[in-house]
Design a protein. Structure first.
Length: 339
């Protein structure tokens, strides 16, 4: 979701930008969406979900039955140098998304020599530094298949060892055949390697069923819900706000009645000085959720930036009345508007 960007009481432009970003992050955390990407299996809500069998997870992830088998042709293959399955997998996923980046360049920012590997957080960050969207997918086989059906390979994390003696490994999933019980991976030094689905599921489960899609910012992953896509865009925005801008438009286009996308795009617009556009989005978010205090607060900031002081005061009063964990910020906004 958009940074729970709550604009502080300082100057409308700079303060609004900083507070909007903070607000979106807070909303994501409050919704239990904060990612845990410190290496190894995922923890928290998604980590718990990952313990369920892949066949059970993600029920309802896709609106219509997916074809079977699914197999992508033409996904570039990059052989894995020693201990560098992470950079190699990223290079393949980025190439499929239209961005050619060498393994050596990625290894410089992703590879952790002391760990002989790459952390999930670094994989996400390296993708964002290239101006691409890195989206953590739901821990379900349905989510992986939905991405393949959309023509998109998926980076997956496996534990090829044991729980007690892990051997972490990144690979790129390019095919799933349910009828034959097989998956196809670009893995290690082997292109289009076939693995039994049961083996993949077991090794993926030991890796926390972590997976990510790499896309241009305006092409959201097929399997992502509004909150997951917004979280990915917020991560990109912190690194490269101009690159994330078309992603907010794509988010609103996919979920026009959702409060998250509207609020997020409003924050992005307010941060770049488009107070009028931000106000339109905040109002749309409030149609979806009239008790959205952050949106009332930021609407007040957007209206104040346009000289609509009366409307700004009324919006700030609503935010203050609703209160919540950022009630002090709402009161600061209202105080800055005077009587």
């Amino acid at each position: 979701m958009p940074d729970a960007h709550v604009a502080p009481a300082r100057g409308p432009r700079r303060g609004a930008a900083r507070s909007a970003r903070a607000a979106l992050v807070a909303l994501l955390a409050c919704a239990g969406l904060s990612a845990c990407t410190t290496g190894g299996p995922a923890r928290g809500a998604e980590g718990a979900a990952s313990r369920a069998p892949a066949s059970v997870q993600g029920a309802g992830t896709t609106a219509a039955p997916l074809p079977d088998p699914l197999r992508l042709a033409g996904v570039p293959f990059v052989a894995q140098p020693d201990w560098q399955c992470g950079p190699a997998s990223l290079a393949m996923a980025m190439a499929a998304a239209g961005r050619e980046v060498g393994v050596e360049a990625l290894a410089a920012s992703v590879f952790v020599p002391g760990l002989h590997g790459a952390l999930q957080a670094e994989m996400l960050a390296a993708t964002r530094r290239q101006g691409l969207l890195a989206t953590e997918l739901a821990p379900s086989l349905d989510a992986l298949r939905a991405e393949l059906a959309a023509g998109r390979p998926v980076v997956v994390l496996q534990n090829l060892g044991l729980e007690a003696f892990p051997r972490w490994h990144y690979a790129v999933l390019i095919g799933v055949d349910l009828a034959r019980g097989e998956v196809v991976l670009h893995s290690g030094e082997v292109a289009a390697d076939t693995m039994r689905l049961s083996t993949f599921d077991r090794t993926w489960a030991r890796g926390g069923r972590w997976a990510m899609a790499v896309t241009p910012p305006d092409r959201l992953p097929a399997s992502a819900d509004e909150a997951r896509a917004a979280r990915a865009l917020a991560g990109l925005e912190r690194v490269d706000a101009p690159a994330a801008a078309p992603g907010w438009d794509a988010l609103v286009a996919r979920w026009p009645a959702g409060r998250i996308g509207r609020f997020a795009r409003g924050n992005a617009r307010l941060a770049r000085g488009d107070a009028a556009g931000a106000a339109v989005d905040y109002r749309a978010a409030l149609v979806a959720d009239p008790a959205f205090a952050d949106a009332w607060n930021n609407l007040a900031r957007a209206l104040a930036a346009q000289g609509e002081v009366g409307g700004a005061r009324a919006a700030a009063d609503r935010a203050v009345a609703l209160g919540g964990v950022r009630a002090d910020a709402y009161r600061d906004t209202r105080a800055a508007l005077g009587d």
